[in-house]
Design a protein around this ligand. Structure first.
Ligand SMILES: [Zn+2]
Length: 146
């Protein structure tokens, strides 16, 4: 099942405090975002040094209409905070999505922690291997296509 995620920015970029995306390969996608190799938006965050935390994580039924519906809700910057546990102590339910606790992820989920882990891993691995790991063969990021 694909993952839908909300990144909670430590400081806003223009009006944006959140970024949402969809991926089949969560760890690789978050790493790409943290290292400035993800979407245009998160590349920009990395470039200007805005750090983020994974705010919310959902598993969504593998159905394009459901995924698009969920992304449409989250892409609206007025609505995203309602579903972000870092913004709301009781986040709203997202139709068609199952909430997964961010703390259950067995890898770092904040941009600083991901960069630290990648830096220590690249001192062991060679450059080519770590580049291949960042390639995300999963679902296209629907947000990127619009
Ligand atoms: Zn938030």
């Amino acid at each position: 099942m694909p993952w839908v995620y909300i990144l909670h920015l430590e400081r806003p970029l223009a009006h944006a405090r959140h970024y949402s995306g969809c991926t089949a390969e969560l760890q690789n996608r978050l790493k790409a975002h943290a290292l400035g190799q993800g979407s245009a938006f998160t590349r920009h965050l990395a470039k200007i040094g805005i750090e983020w935390k994974l705010g919310a994580l959902f598993q969504v039924k593998e159905d394009l209409n459901t995924i698009r519906g969920v992304e449409r809700i989250l892409k609206d910057q007025h609505h995203a905070p309602d579903y972000c546990p870092l913004c709301r102590s009781r986040p709203a339910r997202l139709p068609g999505a199952t909430v997964v606790p961010v703390s259950a992820a067995p890898f770092p989920t904040d941009s600083r922690g991901i960069k630290e882990a990648a830096a220590s891993a690249s001192s062991i691995r060679n450059r080519k291997d770590s580049h291949e790991q960042l390639h995300d063969p999963g679902l296209p990021n629907l947000q990127d296509q619009q």
